[in-house]
Structures are given as C-alpha cells and as structure tokens.
Design a protein around this ligand. Structure first.
Ligand code: FES
Length: 176
C-alpha cells in the first residue's frame, strides 16, 4: 500500500516521496468496505440474538397451553355425540377447516382424532358395520381409539385437544 508523506530538503523545499513500508493506518475504499461489511454483520448477529430473546420473553408471557386454549372451538353439546359412535366435525382453529372425529367413549371420556391418515394424509372414514376407521387410499384401518389395525399407516391417528366445558365439547389443536 502506498502512503504519501511530506518531506523537506536542507533548503526547506518540500520533496515528494512515497513510503512503501509505512505502518500508518490505511483508509482506502476496499478497507472501508470491509469494515462496513463487518460492522453490518455484527449488527445483524446482534439483531438476531435480540429477536430470539423477544421470542423467549413471548413464550414466558404466553405459554403454549395458553395459546392452545385460545384456539378452542365449541363443536356442540355432549348429547350430540352418542357413545362409541365417532362423529365428524369441522375444526377451524388454524384458519382452514380440518376434519376431526369426536369420539365419546362413555366412562372413558371423550377423545378427538384428526381425520388424516398417518400414512399419506388421506381422509379416513368411520365404518359402523365393522367399527373401524378405513382409509380409502391404501387400505389402512384403525380402531375407535385411532390405533393402527392394518395396512401401511406407521402410527395411530393424531389426537386433538378436547375439553368438556359445562355441557359443551371444545376442540383444540393437534396434540401428537
Ligand atoms: S394414506 Fe391411508 S393407508 Fe395410505
């Protein structure tokens, strides 16, 4: 890097010279660009760390259960759901309507099962004659509690949050 220095001869006249070994700080445009880039990078990292703390603060202030509870949807009175007869209802908690089977298991209480097959997400159908959920796509089947009985589904039907409040059945977000 070249740096110009002011030097004078014995008569006091200024001589122009170039010092190629100077250790003076260099301020050319490339270095400025690098410095600006580094400071912007550090600023960005700081912003990301700051935002993650905001997220943690939000989780502390509004825990998951409170958020889930805010998405509860009333799907009707308890009497609308006969014992051991899964009833298909629509759940709009997440914006788009999703099918959910509400199952009244009598003394065992209520469960709610997502109607998407756990193989490739086809919609399962409750078949009263054989008391099973059947998947029309690849022949998977599940019992009334969503346990896999046959076929390619790798796991039980997903459960939904379900709550009885007074005489009403409330549905919530997917649990598993
Ligand atoms: S999608 Fe249900 S068995 Fe394949």
């Amino acid at each position: 890097m070249e740096v110009r220095r002011r030097t004078f001869d014995s008569a006091g006249n200024e001589k122009k010279s170039i010092d190629k070994t100077s250790s003076q700080p260099v301020t050319d445009s490339t270095t400025l660009g690098r410095r600006k880039f580094l400071s912007m990078g550090i600023g960005t990292i700081g912003a990301i760390i700051g935002l993650s703390y905001v997220g943690l603060f939000g989780k502390f202030m509004w825990p998951e259960s409170a958020l889930a509870a805010s998405k509860l949807q009333d799907v009707g009175s308890v009497g609308k759901f006969p014992v051991n007869t899964p009833t298909l209802v629509g759940y709009k908690g997440a914006g788009t309507e999703e099918g959910v089977y509400v199952v009244n298991l009598g003394s065992e209480g209520f469960i709610a099962l997502d109607f998407h097959c756990t193989h490739l997400e086809c919609n399962v159908i409750w078949v009263p004659a054989i008391k099973q959920f059947m998947c029309p796509c690849h022949g998977g089947s599940f019992d009334i509690k969503g346990t896999v009985l046959f076929g390619p589904p790798p796991k039980p039907l997903h459960r939904r949050m379900v709550k009885i409040e007074g005489d009403n059945v409330l549905l919530g977000v997917r649990l598993v």
